[in-house]
Design a protein around this ligand. Structure first.
Ligand SMILES: [Zn+2]
Length: 663
């Protein structure tokens, strides 16, 4: 999953399989479709078959004319009802329906942004690209049914196209490109993509001996990226096949889109050209999309009872990549999850099992991040060997079937021999998170060692927790876990040397609400503050003007009376800022943000009073003015260096865990 970065639209996984209909899937489409992107003309024919006679309703976009319709080989008269741009055609019971249709597609509009593309469900075509989303009525869908399919494409010779599934044949003849795809599993719908693609291909042999056809369908301007993407896809399929079990499909393709979109589907991912050019996509979201061919497209979540696939995919792709990078990178990701959760308005919180698909930011925080943290805590709880075994068993058992959260729980219980009902119930069904804190800690010498009593509190009703504590002793740091099952509890630890301090969950191994003092201050703390104040320790008129402009873009209703302010924005030239810090008895400018680095530096400080102070230090008034546009986009950062309007470096301060000093 691509996180929304500066100026980049978010990628969304368009995975949805209505579970209720899966069991009854016995419908098959055999589609032939001819598309002329230059004129947007589409002509199609479909033979829909059922294993037993069924009365069905067909859905076809109102932009098409139905040229013929036969039920069990007999032409019939029919009436179409028009609902939301779709023709609804109800038919008598039949084993076979033959339909021919034709019409004009919408022109492809490359100026759409990602949000538009997500809500834009018109089938669209142009010489730069064709995207016929499932659900857009580009072919006669059978209402409420999942269906197997084969699709034969017919395109001009300079175009290539595909649908999810296995490539059965393709050839170029008489000025046309033709290709046929089979998808032998129940699918909710069919999406079709075409464009002036250059295809690069590689056949990989997996560890189990099966062959997988890897392809890129790239616009010519990014064709040089193909081999790098093929390398990455091959690496991911190999990795996940070893971790989970054989790759369930015979292909994987990376397909470029002229619009800034991002979709995942079985056997392929469809990403905007600009997105594919971003250097980090191959290392992050591509792996996430490949993994969905196991979790989501290989085992289907029971959507009515909650979608586990985004959390498990985030944990085994995005998060696992960070873990492989370094423990610090993994900790930084857990910190980002907990910081986002701490900043989320409480009213938007919800139980994880209410998450079905991503619609807005809060559902990402719960459905992706909290869910990934659940798997992280579960691995801590049962150990890596049992965790990995459970996932392999789960995969083997539920391949191409629906599975719920409780099916997952059973797999983990079988592999670990533990009852996990409390664990899953508290993290799935409850809204909120524990408010953990150290309430007291006392030490005394006992025999040759020391005894430490630590009292922890967590709020009510309590969670059942195994709380990691780091104990700083005269003989070094010792890690322990203590059980906490009530709203308050005392644990007694035997230690070999004198304890000096206790640190609560310093590695952020628990899903919990970070205390205000734990979360590193970030710009957004100031931007969301209720009573911000602006301080300009400079009399220069140009600096004053630039500072007011910056404040108006970052803060709402800032005034210059700072006594009661919850947040301070202090803006000035280098010498003014350094002098102000000294006058206020605050820590001097961090060495890494020396005036010589870039034309302006921005950093956050949490003052002793608890309020967040944001310092903006610039070389001159022009450097200050250059910040007002870019700076508000960096709410997640603790510090930044700018050269003019260009961000050069950024980062967040490390977590500041709760420390109880004993001596
Ligand atoms: Zn996803």
């Amino acid at each position: 999953m691509i996180r929304p970065a500066a100026g980049l639209a978010a990628l969304i996984c368009a995975l949805s399989w209505p579970a209720s209909a899966l069991a009854a899937a016995s419908t098959a489409h055999a589609i032939q479709v001819r598309i002329e992107p230059d004129t947007q003309q589409l002509e199609g024919r479909d033979q829909i078959s059922f294993d037993a006679p069924r009365a069905v309703t067909l859905l076809l976009s109102a932009r098409f004319r139905i040229d013929s319709l036969a039920v069990d080989a007999r032409s019939i008269e029919f009436q179409a009802r028009l609902v939301d741009g779709l023709q609804h055609i109800s038919l008598p019971p039949a084993r076979r329906i033959d339909v021919r249709w034709s019409g004009k597609l919408a022109p492809l509009d490359p100026s759409l942004d990602h949000r538009d593309t997500l809500t834009y469900d018109e089938p669209a075509s142009g010489s730069e690209g064709t995207f016929l989303p499932s659900g857009s009525g580009w072919y006669p869908e059978v209402e409420g049914a999942l269906a197997r399919y084969s699709v034969a494409l017919d395109l001009p010779a300079d175009q290539r196209g595909l649908v999810p599934g296995r490539l059965v044949e393709e050839h170029l003849a008489q000025g046309r490109y033709r290709a046929r795809f089979d998808f032998p599993h129940p699918a909710e719908g069919i999406a079709l993509m075409a464009g002036p693609y250059r295809i690069d291909e590689r056949l990989m042999r997996t560890a189990t001996g099966s062959k997988v056809r890897l392809r890129t369908y790239f616009h010519p301007e990014i064709a040089d990226l193909a081999s790098g993407y093929l390398d990455s896809v091959e690496g991911y399929i190999d990795l996940f096949a070893r971790e989970i079990g054989p790759y369930p499909f015979s292909e994987f393709s990376v397909v470029s889109s002229p619009t800034p979109t991002g979709f995942g589907m079985p056997t392929l991912t469809y990403l905007g050209i600009a997105v594919l050019r971003l250097p980090f996509i191959r290392a992050t979201s591509l792996g996430h999309e490949v993994l969905h061919d196991w979790w989501g497209n290989g085992v289907y979540p029971d959507y009515a009872r909650g979608n586990w696939s985004e959390g498990l995919t985030t944990f085994m792709a995005d998060y696992a990549f960070r873990e492989r990078e370094s423990p610090q990178a993994a900790l930084a990701m857990r910190l980002a999850w907990l910081s986002d959760y701490a900043a989320m308005p409480r009213g938007e919180d919800m139980p994880l099992d209410h998450f079905t698909a991503r619609t807005h930011g809060a559902t990402q925080i719960i459905g992706y991040n909290k869910s990934a943290m659940l798997f992280f805590m579960l691995r801590d709880e049962i150990g890596k060997a049992a965790f990995d075994q459970a996932l392999r068993d789960f995969w083997q058992h539920y391949r191409f079937r629906i599975a719920s959260w409780s099916d997952l729980r059973h797999a983990f219980e079988r592999a670990s021999g533990k009852d996990l009902s409390t664990f899953f119930a508290q993290w799935l069904r409850r809204t909120g998170a524990p408010d953990l804190r150290i309430a007291d800690a006392k030490a005394k010498p006992v025999g040759g060692g020391w005894q430490l009593s630590v009292t922890l509190a967590q709020g009510a009703p309590p969670y059942v927790l195994s709380v990691p504590l780091a104990v700083r002793t005269s003989g070094g740091e010792i890690m322990r876990r203590v059980a906490l099952t009530r709203d308050r509890g005392t644990a007694v630890l035997e230690l070999p040397s004198e304890p000096l301090a206790v640190i609560l969950d310093p590695q952020l191994r628990l899903w919990r609400r970070l205390a205000a003092s734990e979360a590193p201050p970030i710009l957004r703390d100031a931007m969301l503050a209720e009573r911000p104040a602006l301080i300009i320790p400079s009399a220069d008129a140009a600096v004053q003007a630039a500072a007011h402009e910056l404040a108006s873009r970052m803060l709402e209703g800032a005034d210059t009376a700072s006594a009661k302010a919850s947040t301070l924005l202090v803006v000035g030239l280098h010498a003014d800022i350094d002098a102000w810090l000294a006058r206020e008895n605050m820590a001097p400018r961090p060495a890494m943000l020396a005036p010589g680095s870039g034309s302006a530096q921005v950093w956050t400080v949490r003052a002793k009073s608890g309020r967040v102070v944001v310092l903006v230090s610039a070389r001159d008034a022009a450097s200050l003015a250059a910040l007002s546009r870019p700076l508000p986009h960096y709410g997640r950062e603790s510090w930044l260096v700018f050269d003019g309007a260009r961000m050069q470096k950024r980062g967040t301060w490390p977590v500041q865990p709760q420390v109880w000093r004993i001596r």
